[in-house]
Design a protein around this ligand. Structure first.
Ligand SMILES: [Cu+2]
Length: 377
């Protein structure tokens, strides 16, 4: 985790600018859905015309643009490239894990803000990496400015509550516990203070990777992406400072679906990047709290998919879409063969209209033997 980033987030949260309705309404349109899904320009134009004709109030146009009226507002999006390096060959050891729970107002989309609850100021929280047999020495500090108690439940831990009771901290408090990692895999961690669904919905989840003894196969790039839901009183796309809705949460009716914290996080702020010929691995987790994901990358096929985050079972090969349950994770690998923009989605695609999408840009030489989009005469 980055100390400067935490401090930065904290400083920004204490100097929240007042957001005028007029300045929020001044934002300009982003991309229509046709463009989002990687269609041709002609298709995108047609989709745009259809959208304007049939859905004059559609919110799609507001997506995928950073909040231009409030550039100084805190941003909780976690950079998907923030994956610690592979463990390599070493004996089990004790690893210190420092988590700070921070509540802060930050961008939700380019015209709205929301009070997120976070681990270390980002959604998802920091990617934690260890090997099987390691002991994790966890410190959880709840920032003095918090309104709520928080804790952490590691799905990678064996023991009561995954550490939840042991780490429950009131604002300003600090708690500590240790656990030994018995099973390799890709695991979710999350806050488990009741109502747990509310703490998760507001942003309190992350991934912890426990490598098997022999490590994982080499890949050129690794990425960290998590899906979540946000429940606001105001309808999707409303400008201004939005309020959480406990009623919609209980009814499982989110207004927003997001990758890495907010609308546009992985399309505008931190798109994934790779080069032709490289292999990539994406660790994809679902914080939820409620919706499973049908994770798919438009234009790619997963060469290997480690179902349910199991790293010691043989991976499935040549897979289009993987199910990722709420409170679960997966690792997928593929080789980038053709340059272009690829779109990470939950193939329950209504959710793309509520903010859920990410881009992977692949740069390099065209590969017409595999994909040839030349116009015919
Ligand atoms: Cu919490």
């Amino acid at each position: 985790m980055s100390k400067s980033r935490q401090n930065n987030a904290r400083v920004q949260s204490s100097t929240q600018p007042y957001i005028s309705r007029r300045s929020l309404l001044g934002g300009t349109a982003g991309l229509g859905l046709g463009t989002l899904l990687g269609a041709s320009p002609a298709m995108a134009q047609r989709a745009e015309r259809m959208r304007v004709a049939e859905h004059p109030g559609s919110q799609s146009e507001r997506l995928y643009t950073v909040n231009p009226a409030n550039p100084e507002m805190a941003d909780i999006a976690e950079n998907p490239a923030n994956v610690p390096p592979p463990i390599g060959h070493r004996e089990p050891q004790t690893i210190k894990v420092e988590l700070e729970t921070v509540e802060l107002e930050a961008h939700l989309d380019h015209r709205s803000t929301f009070r997120f609850w976070t681990f270390n100021g980002t959604v998802p929280g920091p990617f934690i990496r260890a090997r099987v047999g390691d002991t994790l020495d966890v410190t959880l500090r709840n920032h003095p400015d918090s309104w709520m108690a928080h804790n952490v439940d590691f799905h990678a831990a064996t023991g009561p509550g995954g550490g939840a009771e042991a780490t429950t901290a009131a604002p300003g408090e600090e708690k500590r516990f240790q656990f030994k990692t018995l099973n390799p895999g890709v695991y979710v961690y999350h806050c488990a203070v009741p109502p747990v669904a509310l703490h998760i919905a507001n942003g309190m989840y992350g991934l912890i990777l426990i490598e098997p003894e022999e490590g994982l196969p080499h890949v050129d790039r690794e990425f960290y992406v998590m899906q979540g839901e946000i429940y606001t009183e105001e309808p999707f796309g409303t400008p201004g400072t939005l309020t959480e809705s406990y009623e919609k949460l209980l009814n499982e009716r989110p207004e927003y679906f997001v990758m890495n914290g907010h609308v546009g996080a992985l399309t505008e702020h931190y798109p994934l990047q790779a080069k032709v010929g490289e292999t990539v691995r994406i660790y994809y987790g679902v914080g939820g709290p409620n919706y499973s994901s049908s994770f798919h990358v438009i234009g790619e096929i997963f060469d290997r998919a480690y179902q349910a985050g199991s790293l010691i079972s043989p991976p499935l090969e040549s897979v289009q879409t993987v199910t990722v349950p709420a409170g679960g994770a997966v690792a997928v690998e593929f080789k980038c063969e053709v340059p272009g923009r690829y779109v990470l989605v939950d193939h329950a695609l209504s959710r793309a209209e509520r903010g859920l999408a990410g881009y992977l840009y692949v740069e390099g030489e065209e590969n017409p033997e595999i994909f040839n989009a030349e116009e015919t005469e």
